[in-house]
Ligand binder design. Structure first.
Ligand code: PLP
Ligand code: TYF
Length: 392
């Protein structure tokens, strides 16, 4: 029976890590998987997290179970950052739970949606591959709309058409900021329109916020999410701390549900808790406890926000330098300057992606998605020269 299982492809993004590691060239460049890197090419633990971890080791006196909801202090401390200081629980309509990363949160959100009777999820194309994979695994149909228009802005017409054609039983999965893989986000005006369109529909919004603070700022990156939440009766939010606290492998995330009537909140969340028990029982504690300790301490919070600002500033500098290269060989790097977060797509052909790897030792996804944080002031010129070479 087990031998009847079919071979599954490796995760293409995670496979790139190995490909890059086995390349012996000293000047190779890794623009693959989405982790932040400093100007020296490292992905260090945040100073604020190191300090919180030291405190945790010194002070934590038990590792007894917490329950499927995890560390509720962590979950609640994050809420003002996500939903706004003055509307942190929207008048008792929002409750959350800790999950293993943003992925665990998406898994629970979509499983909850399925349980509630939704049948279809509207997803932009392209999206992070795990969105479609989780839907497929849960037996949720995916309805795709084109995310980015040819001119490098969002394809609002495609989104409007998708919303207009929605049926009862549809949910929509939207990237809150720092769109993965395109870096092309909705403008504030576009979010205003999306919120209004969703308010007139029966569609349940699921907002995936995995990069808050890496785009234009902590508050700015929550704009769309907050606009949608004030407009609609119900919504789900999948949150990840794995990028904005640098916790990746510690798997730190949260799921928040907003309901119309506060009286329904505990019933809705009991489904999240039941699904967590059936999946992983309880989330891993360490990373979330460290985040809580950062957010409980004003000095550590200021240090964390400062570290996040530095990350964002560095990515802006890299983007500006790439954009300044302008037309390079057969591609234009200018749009990269106005895009947000870790990723942008450079319109390489599959052969050009391959040539970047074999000829120049520069690794990124087959879609042409580059992790801009993999570039430094020391290697951008090498990247731009390689782009000119393979696209000429
Ligand atoms: N959502 C998007 C769009 C992502 O790119 C990621 C990436 O890692 C996640 C969610 C989940 O992150 P994690 O499960 O590592 O917290
Ligand atoms: O898109 C990325 O690179 C990040 C990291 O299965 C990631 O979101 C990639 C693939 C994956 C899990 C995380």
């Amino acid at each position: 029976m087990l031998n009847d299982l079919k071979q599954q492809p490796a995760d293409a993004l995670l496979a790139l890590i190995k490909l890059h590691n086995t390349d012996p060239r000293a000047d190779k460049i890794d623009l693959g998987v989405g982790v932040y890197r400093t100007g020296q090419g490292d992905t260090p633990v945040f100073g604020a997290i190191k300090a919180a971890e030291a405190k945790l080791v010194a002070e934590q006196d038990s590792k007894a179970y917490l329950g499927p909801e995890g560390d509720m202090g962590f979950v609640e401390k994050l809420m003002p950052y996500i939903f706004g200081k003055d509307s942190a629980d929207m008048g008792g309509r929002i409750e959350g739970m800790q999950t293993p990363g943003g992925t665990g949160s998406l898994r629970l959100a979509l499983a909850m949606v399925k349980r509630a009777g939704y049948r279809r999820v509207i997803v932009g194309k392209p999206s992070w591959p795990n969105h479609n994979q989780i839907c497929a695994d849960l037996g949720l149909e995916v309805f795709e709309f084109n995310h980015a228009a040819a001119d490098g802005t969002t394809d609002m017409d495609a989104l409007r058409a998708a919303i207009a054609s929605a049926q009862e039983g549809d949910a929509i999965l939207l990237h809150g900021c720092c769109h993965n893989p395109t870096g092309i986000d909705y403008t504030h005006t576009e979010w205003d329109e999306i919120a209004a369109l969703l308010a007139q529909s029966t569609i349940l919004p699921i907002i995936d916020l995995a990069y808050q603070g890496l785009g234009t700022g902590m508050e700015e990156d929550a704009y769309g999410l907050r606009r949608v939440l004030v407009a609609v009766p119900e919504a789900l939010v999948s949150y990840s701390c794995d990028k904005n606290f640098g916790l990746y492998r510690d798997r730190v995330g949260a799921l928040y549900a907003m309901v119309a009537d506060p009286a329904d909140l505990s019933k809705v969340m009991s489904n999240g808790h039941a699904l967590a028990r059936a999946n992983w029982s309880q989330p891993p504690d360490h990373g979330a406890a460290a985040v809580r300790l950062v957010l409980e301490d004003a000095e550590l919070t200021a240090q964390w926000l400062d570290e996040l600002d530095q990350m964002r500033d560095r990515m802006r500098q890299v983007r500006a330098k790439l954009a300044a290269a302008g037309k390079t060989g057969g591609v234009d790097l200018t749009p990269v300057g106005g895009q947000n977060g870790l990723f942008s797509i450079v319109p390489f052909t599959p052969e050009q992606v391959q040539a970047m790897r074999t000829k120049h030792g520069i690794y990124f996804a087959a879609s042409g998605r580059i992790n801009v944080a993999g570039l430094t002031m020391a290697n951008i010129d090498q990247f731009v020269a390689a782009v000119a070479d393979v696209t000429a």
